[in-house]
Design a protein around this ligand. Structure first.
Ligand code: A2P
Length: 327
């Protein structure tokens, strides 16, 4: 199993990165320190996670001390949904770079295919039913032109997208100069999205799996916004436990190995030093074809990040995905 995925522009991304969603500044500072110590070089973040400054402090310490070289790191951040407009793209990456204390990132992603409208005070605009309002004029092709300019200016090595569907990606591919290098999507045994993954891979767009371990307990943090739900604990699925026991590995290691075996990158989040180390230690065993088939048969097509619910699609049947997400 390969330790790096190679992009369509030749850049290389480590197949296991550390996710940083839902971690406080204090937690993330020590977790990133531990992660770098354990050998992680790929860090996935976003302004939405509100911890870029804390991550920046750790990166600066490591880079200044010479313990790691900039070119050994692979840092990913994203255009937040509230800034998903062409003229906001460059100021937004510059703010992330200042917070991360970096001159460039390795991969800059459009976080969501939609844009969230905000009030003057920065709070989300709500519609008449108190649901978060999206900007239906979001124009992926125009945003992409602004993304391409960032590569030309040296602010990011590669550009990509996140939470894009097959149709949205197909349309972008027809309207781009620089092809997206990566689509970061929710992907785990209960939401395999095989069609989307295969389409990305056939177009030479690498895939990164977020919530690869099922983001246990996440709904507790987000239930206010109504955008996420808890899945049953993926690490407690009998089939996953059986495969883990057969190899003397943990269920989390099996879930991650199953993902990277299909050429998909995984970004498990952990702030616990022992679990961090375990999540990176997935290269010393192999799943049999029978085990892979068993894990692949677990798909339930259920999501943690249900953007359809977020935008009220379930309560507004007249909305379609198309006019919700794009113009
Ligand atoms: P913790 O940070 O305390 O380790 P995901 O990456 O899918 O979002 O999942 C993250 C969740 O899974 C967090 O609650 C994290 O908790 C937990 N987690 C991460 N690694 C492991 C592991 N190896 N075993 C059990 N739970 C884990």
């Amino acid at each position: 199993c390969k330790k790096f995925l190679t992009f369509n522009n030749g850049e290389k991304m480590p197949v296991i990165g550390i996710g940083t969603w839902q971690a406080s500044d204090e937690e993330i500072e020590s977790a990133i320190d531990e992660a770098l110590e354990a050998g992680y070089r790929h860090i996935d973040t976003a302004p939405v996670y509100r911890n870029e400054k804390a991550i920046g402090r750790v990166l600066k310490r490591w880079l200044d001390s010479g313990k790691v070289k900039r070119e050994e790191l692979f840092i990913v951040t994203k255009v937040p949904p509230v800034s998903n407009r062409p003229h906001e793209v460059e100021p937004t990456i510059r703010k992330s770079l200042a917070d991360l204390e970096l001159e460039y990132v390795d991969l800059y992603l459009v976080h969501t295919p939609f844009t969230i409208n905000i009030n003057e005070d920065g709070s989300f605009k709500l519609d008449k039913d108190d649901l978060i309002e999206v900007d239906v004029t979001t124009d992926h092709a125009a945003i992409w032109v602004a993304m391409e300019a960032l590569v030309e200016k040296g602010l990011t090595k590669s550009i990509g997208i996140s939470n894009f569907s097959k149709d949205q990606l197909a349309r972008l591919l027809k309207n781009c100069k620089i092809r997206p290098a990566n689509n970061q999507i929710e992907h785990h045994v209960y939401l395999q999205q095989r069609d989307l993954v295969e389409f990305c891979q056939s177009e030479n767009v690498t895939v990164t799996a977020y919530s690869p371990l099922g983001s246990k307990g996440i709904a507790k943090f987000n239930s206010g916004a109504g955008i996420v739900r808890d899945l049953p604990d993926l690490m407690d699925i009998p089939e996953v436990k059986e495969v883990a026991a057969a190899h003397g590995k943990t269920p989390a290691q099996v879930l991650l190995r199953w993902i990277i075996d299909t050429g998909v990158c995984a970004i498990p989040k952990s702030t616990n030093p022992d679990r961090l180390k375990l999540n990176l230690n997935v290269f010393d065993f192999e799943l049999t074809a029978k085990e892979v088939a068993k894990l692949s048969s677990l798909d339930q097509n259920i999501r943690i990040c249900d953007f359809a619910f977020f935008h009220g699609v379930e309560r507004h049947p007249e909305f379609t995905f198309k006019n919700q997400y794009t113009n």
